[in-house]
Write a protein that binds this ligand. Structure first.
Ligand code: PLP
Length: 443
């Protein structure tokens, strides 16, 4: 073994404790110290093994240490690793062609960046560039777009959505370019409507906000077609159709933040799933098979970036990540990974619905592909959020060998989002662990 790796892997308990004192982490649900993983499973430093239903920030589509991804990275690293964006490289050109081909018709130019938040900001920049005189965006209640200043200003973490302010309140002087409109959170409709008879008041509020809630012309409407961090909230297609109409009527660029939906819903893009085409799509997370890369792809009619330092990052042209992204696209196509995502996702969702008969505290189960969340409530009638119970279920899950995600603005949504290669057998294990965890906490 490489002597540097030997030293790293050989850290003693005392060295680890000492090192922790130097580390600052600015967010996320804490988890165990991980040492190695394969497929959907990962091991911690004490030898415990877990099925990871977080895919490490929802980013490992092919699971841990995929052999082909490892192989292609190692081989390409013999030729190039870091390339500045001022230089073209073959992986960069190959990947933009792939993405332009996969994206909905009419979206054909790609700009790479370093993460999801910066991708959302890049999308905001394109919108501003194309809307002279516009200053403010509209985002939706409970949306999450990142923690960079521009993206945080559009995210729930800058509001009192969780019943109190998060750390973003320290940064308010930098967050001032976004107005908000209601999200179509049908389980808790703020207008008290039922989906079947709903007249899309939330879309109407968006229209009214464009007319009366924004100073000057609206620079863009930004939304996640399925809100992830906010609580796995699946938007009705009718709502997205109406938003598209409204944006067309007012000539406002529509931005889909697909940082989490890309592939995870069992289709390349949510735009395709909902058959609603935005003007700009932001991607990140799983795009690089676990290596850092994010991107936007924009409509042909929009003016793109110029070379005048509008969007310039030293590491926005990561050659290794691009090669990993290309290889991953090939594997997804060759192995029917999107089909697996749809099928095993539906199987997991069915299993969860069966568990719901035994545990009515599973108030709402929301699933598209492997983009799955369970909203826990104390009583399905009152829908009082079961916050402590949800946390405990996650804790019990860890003891039993599964890492679940925790989220929703009320922190009562358990996320079940394993890598997209999860098998039927592993789905059974996940359901079994969850059943045991719920039994301990709720019975
Ligand atoms: C929908 C969405 N957009 C943007 C982001 C921000 O991405 P990043 O953490 O890579 O900046 C996230 C991260 O969770 C996300 O879920």
């Amino acid at each position: 073994m490489d002597p540097t790796l030997e030293r790293i892997y050989g850290m003693t308990g005392a060295q680890i404790e000492a090192a922790r004192r130097h580390l600052m982490v600015g967010g996320a649900t804490p988890g165990p110290t991980l040492v190695k993983g394969k497929g959907v499973r990962v091991q911690d430093i004490d030898g415990n093994s877990y099925i990871d239903c977080t895919s490490q920030g929802w980013a490992l589509y092919l699971g841990y240490t995929n052999d082909e991804i490892r192989q292609v990275i190692c081989e390409h690293a013999q030729n190039l690793t870091h390339v500045h964006q001022g230089f073209n490289s073959l992986p960069q050109l190959y990947l933009v062609s792939c993405l332009a081909q996969l994206a909905p018709d009419g979206l054909d130019r790609v700009s790479f960046t370093v993460g999801g938040g910066p991708a959302v900001e890049a999308a905001m920049k394109i919108a501003l560039r194309n809307r002279p005189g516009a200053k403010e965006f509209i985002a939706l209640w409970d949306s999450y777009h990142g923690t960079t200043f521009g993206s945080a200003g559009a995210s729930w973490i800058a509001t009192r959505a969780a019943g109190s302010f998060t750390g973003q309140q320290h940064f308010l002087p930098m967050l001032h370019s976004v107005q908000r409109a209601p999200n179509p959170y049908c389980y808790r409709c703020p207008f008290g409507q039922e989906l079947a008879s709903c007249d899309l008041m939330c879309a109407e509020m968006l229209r009214i906000t464009i007319e009366r809630g924004v100073n000057g012309p609206t620079a863009g409407v930004i939304l996640e077609p399925i809100q992830a961090s906010g609580g796995q909230i699946i938007f009705p297609k009718r709502y997205l159709d109406r938003v598209r109409e409204i944006c067309d009527e007012y000539e406002v660029p529509l931005i889909f933040d697909e940082v989490q939906t890309f592939c995870r819903i069992g289709q390349w893009f949510a735009a395709e799933y909902f058959a609603v085409t935005p003007d700009i799509i932001a991607m990140g997370k799983g795009l690089g098979a676990g290596l850092p890369i994010a991107a936007i792809i924009i409509r042909d009619k929009l003016e793109g970036f110029s070379l005048k330092a509008e969007e310039l990052h030293t590491f926005a042209n990561n050659s290794l990540s691009q090669v990993a992204a290309i290889k991953q696209i090939e594997i997804i196509e060759r192995d029917g990974v999107l089909e697996n995502t749809r099928q095993v996702g539906a199987y997991l969702a069915d299993g969860l619905r069966k568990l719901q008969e035994e545990f009515p505290e599973m108030g709402d189960i929301r699933a598209v592909g492997l983009h799955i969340g369970v909203e826990y409530v104390r009583d399905p009638g009152t829908k009082e959020p079961a916050v402590e119970e949800c946390l405990q279920i996650r804790r019990e899950g860890l003891q039993l060998g599964a890492i679940f995600g925790l989220g929703g603005v009320r922190k009562n949504v358990l996320k079940v989002k394993p890598p997209l290669i999860v098998t039927w057998g592993e789905a059974d294990e996940i359901l079994d662990i969850l059943r045991q965890a719920m039994h301990k906490v709720l019975r």
